[in-house]
Structures are given as structure tokens and as C-alpha cells.
Design a protein around this ligand. Structure first.
Ligand code: BGC
Length: 471
């Protein structure tokens, strides 16, 4: 028997119907993407698996979820003052920031963005970290602060094993980085050594954190109910405030903490095979085309680095099967890996939302394709199916987290380019989360702009305060 909540979920996750002049063609296309459409029953099954993986991870049992202790046991308390630096590595941009705080709130911010070329992103560790140190020096000197002792929070948005607040051992690279000799090394040590080699500033690295942690902390300055930090950008991940007594991995001395931020690292969810029941041939091809294959299964279903590629792989298959662009000789460019970026999916989704086709036409024309009406509908349909799956998957995890946190009201602070630019994710997520969590839970999604940057400076202020207290 279908219970009402499941029925509502079933209804909510339907995508717009594909309407084509040729019914046989429509049917073939729908069949081809059918496995991308998750049912309400499958959604619940994924939820059970996620909850089970979270429990195993927190109890230090084998799990695809790392559930890493960040050693951040409290948020800002309004006493933080002074100048704090942040270094933000891992997302679309690499930045150095300076934040001036008074009474725990930012009163001034300076930011500089730097470019990291692919030879540094995919090379060896020393040149990369030397470059990071060079950028820190450049920024600090340009602010005239080279002789001032400045606490720095290092946002290193990759999976790490944290031994303390300022030790983060890299587990694996993700997204667009791959410097193999940095794996198993402490990112803070690599940065400190590079800063020491220069010796031209007095920067003190006090904390290493993940962008989701920065987002949670930044979100807490906007809304004190913030208990989850979510990043939906190039990569994806979330962290949350966990009860300290539930956390088993705790290497430093405890000081009666009641809560601590846990970095889930959900990008790796399913790397042990627990999610294989939803994997499609498109996902296998997307993985095969990625920088580090056989890793970060879940991230490859949902994040900005990959969503465009999933869509491209589907469109390429439909084209080869002569179900798409039949009347047009397709340019090879759409058949080439990496050519359909996720921002284009967002533009096409805007058309679907508006009932228009101008963005879709313009994008396809750039690929050298003159689409007919049916082609446009198919492309829009595929973008919607892939985007909707991503929204549902993220919502499943967030709903499970809300139930785990079990507070009366929880705010989810969100940052990341995909969330910001995709026109439909937020709306879908609000709807799906409320249908997937225990009925009646109150939650809010807020945008914590630049959580990965500002949040890191805020974390260095918290670290500074904790350090003084324990001295
Ligand atoms: C990383 C996470 C990060 C996320 C969002 C993932 O690839 O493993 O640490 O939080 O991307 O940037």
C-alpha cells in the first residue's frame, strides 16, 4: 500500500513530461534515461544506506563516509577581535583573505584572487605549496602586514584525516587537483614549510578546515540555528554539529565539549559499492572520463564538476542512436569529453523554468548544431532529469542529517557555484527535504556567501581564542 507521504514524494519527483511529435522516439528516449529517474522507493533505500554509512563512519567501522572530526567544538562567541587571514584552496577560485573582527563580527574584509595553472594543480606538492606561500606573502605584503603576527585559517577542501585542529593529512585529491606526492601528507605542514622557506611574513597557520566547515561557521553569524554547512559547487560535501559524546575519533585531550563539527565527506559515499544499485552506464562513462577514476562516486552524481558531463554523455548516446539531432550533422564538439560544462546546464534549465528556448538554441548553436523543436525538448528534458536526480540525492542526505541532529529548528548554510547558479535546485531541495525527513521538522536553507573564505578566517579566530584559553 502506498502511504500518503510516499505518494507525495512520488508526485514531487516527477519531471516534466517529454512531448515529441513521434511517440516511438519519445518512448525510446524515456527508456534510455529511465535508470536516471529514481523512484520514491529507491530514494528511501538510499536514505537507509546513507544513515547506515553515517553510523558506521562515526563508530570508526568501515564505511564510505569518513565522518571526520574537525576539532571545532564551538562557534563564535562575540569576543573575537583583530585581524585574521584565510587561504581558500579547492573550489573554483583560489583566494587569500583578510578579515578584521570586532565583537566576533567582520567589520572589514580584503580579498585577492589568484590563478592556479593546471601545471600546478596536476604536478607535485612542493611547487604547488610554494606558489600558495608566494600568494600569501604577496597579499600580506600588499597590506603592509609583513611584520604583524597573523593567525591563518587554511581552507583545504579535500578529504583529510584530522589529528587536531591544525593537522590535516590528505586522503585523496578530488575535483581538478591531483598532485600524488601530497597524498598522506599533512597539508598544514606543507604550507608551513613553504612559508618558512620564504620567511618574509609572520603568518601562523592555526587551523585547517574544509569549505563546508567554513560555510557552517559563516552561516552561524547570519542565523544562530545553523547546524549544517553544505557546499554544492565544483565538488560537494556537508558537515554538521554532532553531539561530542557520539564521536569516537578524538585524538586530542577533551575539555568537556558538548558538540563538535563533523565533516561527512559525502563525495565518497558509495565508493565501497553500497550505491551501485543506482549507477547507470552514463555514470560509469562519466567516472571513466574523470581525473581520478573509481573514486568520489556520489560527488560525480551531483557536483558542478560533473553534472554537465553526465548530461553530455547522455546526449552523445542519444545522438549516436539517431534519436537526437537526426536532421543535423552533429558537430564533434558535443561528442568530446568535458565540452558541456555545468553552467550551460543551468542556462538550459532556466529555459525550462521560463518555458522558453533561447538559451538552449544559443548553446547548441555554439556547438555547431541547428536544433529543431524536438531536439530542444530532448536536450531540456535530459538537463532536467540529471539536475533533478542531483537535487533528490542531496536532499536525501540532508533530510537524514536533520533527523540525526534532531533539533527543533535547523538552518542549513549553503555555498557553492552550482547551488548559486542553477535556477531550480533550491526549490526542489526545499520540497524534497521536507518530504524525506520526519514530518513536521523545521528547517531553512540560507545562502552563506563565501563561507569557504570568510569562514576560514572566522575559524582561525575561534582557534586563536581556544588556544589562549588552554594556555
Ligand atoms: C572535497 C570536500 C569538499 C567538497 C566541496 C570535495 O571534492 O572532498 O572536502 O568539501 O569537494 O568543495
Amino acid at each position: 500500500m502506498v502511504v500518503p507521504a510516499e505518494h507525495a514524494l512520488h508526485e514531487a519527483i516527477q519531471v516534466s513530461p517529454l512531448i515529441l511529435s513521434d511517440d516511438v522516439r519519445r518512448q525510446k528516449i524515456e527508456n534510455c534515461v529511465a535508470k536516471m529517474r529514481l523512484s520514491a522507493v529507491t530514494a528511501r533505500k538510499i536514505q537507509d544506506v546513507f544513515i547506515s554509512e553515517m553510523n558506521k563512519g562515526i563508530h570508526q567501522q568501515p564505511s564510505s563516509l569518513q565522518m571526520e572530526n574537525t576539532y571545532i567544538p564551538e562557534l563564535l562567541n562575540g569576543t573575537e577581535e583583530g585581524l585574521y587571514l584565510a587561504l581558500d584552496l579547492g573550489g573554483t577560485n583560489f583566494r587569500v583573505l583578510l578579515l578584521e573582527l570586532a565583537h566576533g563580527a567582520p567589520i572589514r574584509q580584503e580579498v585577492k584572487q589568484y590563478y592556479i595553472g593546471s601545471e600546478l594543480r596536476v604536478g607535485s606538492a612542493i611547487p604547488l605549496f610554494d606558489y600558495l606561500a608566494e600568494c600569501v606573502s604577496d597579499f600580506v605584503i600588499s597590506q603592509g602586514l609583513q611584520n604583524v603576527e597573523l593567525p591563518l585559517g587554511f581552507t583545504f577542501s579535500f578529504p583529510m584525516i584530522q589529528h587536531s585542529l591544525d593537522v590535516g593529512v590528505l586522503v585523496t585529491w578530488t575535483k581538478t587537483f591531483n598532485c600524488p606526492d601530497a597524498v598522506n601528507k599533512d597539508a598544514v605542514r606543507l604550507l608551513r614549510e613553504a612559508l618558512d622557506r620564504r620567511g618574509d611574513t609572520k603568518v601562523k597557520v592555526l587551523a585547517v578546515l574544509n569549505d563546508t566547515t567554513g560555510t557552517l561557521v559563516q552561516g552561524s553569524t547570519l542565523d544562530h540555528n545553523t547546524a549544517i554547512g553544505l557546499v554544492l559547487g565544483t565538488g560537494s560535501n556537508a558537515c554538521y554539529l554532532e553531539r561530542a559524546d557520539r564521536v569516537e575519533h578524538w585524538e586530542t585531550e577533551r575539555h568537556g565539549e558538548s558538540e563538535v563539527i563533523i565533516d561527512i565527506e559525502w563525495g565518497a559515499f558509495g565508493d565501497n559499492g553500497v550505491l551501485d544499485f543506482i549507477k547507470t552506464d552514463f555514470d560509469r562513462e562519466n567516472d571513466a572520463n574523470s581525473l581520478i577514476v573509481n573514486s568520489f562516486t556520489f560527488e560525480k552524481y551531483i557536483a558542478g564538476k560533473y553534472l554537465g558531463e553526465v548530461v553530455r554523455v547522455i546526449l552523445a548516446k542519444l545522438t549516436k542512436q539517431r534519436l537526437l539531432f537526426v536532421g543535423d550533422s552533429t558537430s564533434d564538439s558535443l561528442l568530446t569529453t568535458g565540452n558541456l560544462t555545468t553552467d550551460l546546464v543551468s542556462h538550459i534549465e532556466q529555459d525550462s523554468l521560463d518555458g522558453g528556448d533561447s538559451n538552449t538554441k544559443e548553446i547548441l548553436e555554439k556547438f555547431g548544431i541547428i536544433p529543431d523543436e524536438d531536439d530542444i525538448r530532448i536536450v531540456q528534458y535530459v538537463c532536467e532529469v540529471a539536475s533533478n536526480r542531483a537535487a533528490l540525492l542531496v536532499s536525501i542526505c540532508l533530510a537524514s542529517l536533520l533527523d540525526r541532529i534532531d533539533k527543533e529548528q535547523v538552518t542549513i548554510a549553503v555555498d557553492g557555484s552550482l547551488y548559486k547558479h542553477h535556477p531550480r535546485l533550491e526549490g526542489w531541495m526545499k520540497q524534497y527535504i521536507s518530504l524525506l525527513c520526519t514530518p513536521g521538522r523545521k528547517f531553512k536553507l540560507i545562502h552563506a556567501e563565501d563561507g569557504s573564505g570568510k569562514g576560514a578566517a572566522l575559524v582561525s579566530a575561534i582557534a586563536h581564542r581556544l588556544k589562549k584559553r588552554l594556555q
